[in-house]
Design a protein around this ligand. Structure first.
Ligand code: ZN
Length: 245
């Protein structure tokens, strides 16, 4: 049997404490709702971490023990300590997978990895969204139909100020007319990153089986492989080289 993927589900956790509607929808936090689904799939060893824990729940030991991290934040991106962001960034370069969810597009870690503003258009009127699968052979869409339909969502629209993804897996259509690159794969160093748009604190998006399935697939895809650890700097030639004097 394959080794379990060690997953740390990181959640800001502020909306759930401050806003009654969110508390009611996600009483133990959005990360717990996602964890409940993922646990049932098997093959994952799950840990929950939150902003208000010491070191945001991301101690050196936790980081070293994490194969893939998911990140949800919204109202308190600025409260995430730069020193922790640097450590998460370093782990991604070393090979840790990172799944950035919804409003995590504005997190310090995502902006640092992308190098752009990561800004976008938005509107909150509960319109319909269709996420079209545009790479049907990609492992992130295993078990997903041609599209995922979400009856009521917050709209995110282009221009989404990100670098062109290595692979674009989903494009969203919104009832109000906008489109959005809602499933984006990147490689940074040895690490894999997937940005996935769905999820809003006042909507039951993380109870949608299709959305959860994509998150579980993305965790499997982003898990570190066994590839070489690159070495850098001045090197002696591997073969005998005739140099011109
Ligand atoms: Zn939102």
């Amino acid at each position: 049997m394959a080794k379990a993927i060690r997953v740390t589900l990181w959640n800001e956790g502020r909306h759930e404490k401050l806003h009654d509607a969110v508390k009611k929808l996600y009483p133990d936090g959005m990360h717990k709702t996602i964890a409940t689904y993922i646990e049932k799939q098997g093959g994952f060893k799950i840990r929950l971490a939150e902003l208000d824990q010491p070191q945001h729940g991301l101690t050196d030991k936790v980081l070293a023990d994490t194969d893939v991290m998911t990140w949800w934040g919204h109202m308190a991106h600025g409260d995430v300590k730069d020193e922790i962001v640097d450590k998460v960034h370093q782990r991604v370069l070393e090979g840790m997978g990172l799944i950035v969810l919804h409003s995590g597009h504005f997190s310090k870690i995502f902006k640092k990895l992308m190098g752009t503003s990561c800004d976008l258009k938005w509107r909150e009127i509960g319109e319909k969204e269709r996420l079209w699968v545009i790479e049907p052979g990609h492992p992130i869409v295993d078990g997903i139909g041609e599209y995922i339909e979400l009856p009521h969502t917050e709209m995110y629209g282009e221009r989404f100020d990100i670098p062109a993804p290595d692979t674009l897996v989903f494009v969203s259509w919104f009832q109000g007319g906008e489109v959005f690159r809602s499933g984006c794969c990147y490689h940074r160093g040895r690490g894999k990153i997937f940005y996935f748009r769905p999820g809003h604190e006042t909507l039951p998006i993380y109870y949608n089986e299709q959305v959860l399935r994509v998150i579980a697939n993305a965790i499997r895809w982003a898990a570190p492989g066994d590839g070489p650890v690159p070495s850098f700097g001045n090197k002696k030639p591997l073969e005998k080289v005739e140099t011109k004097e």
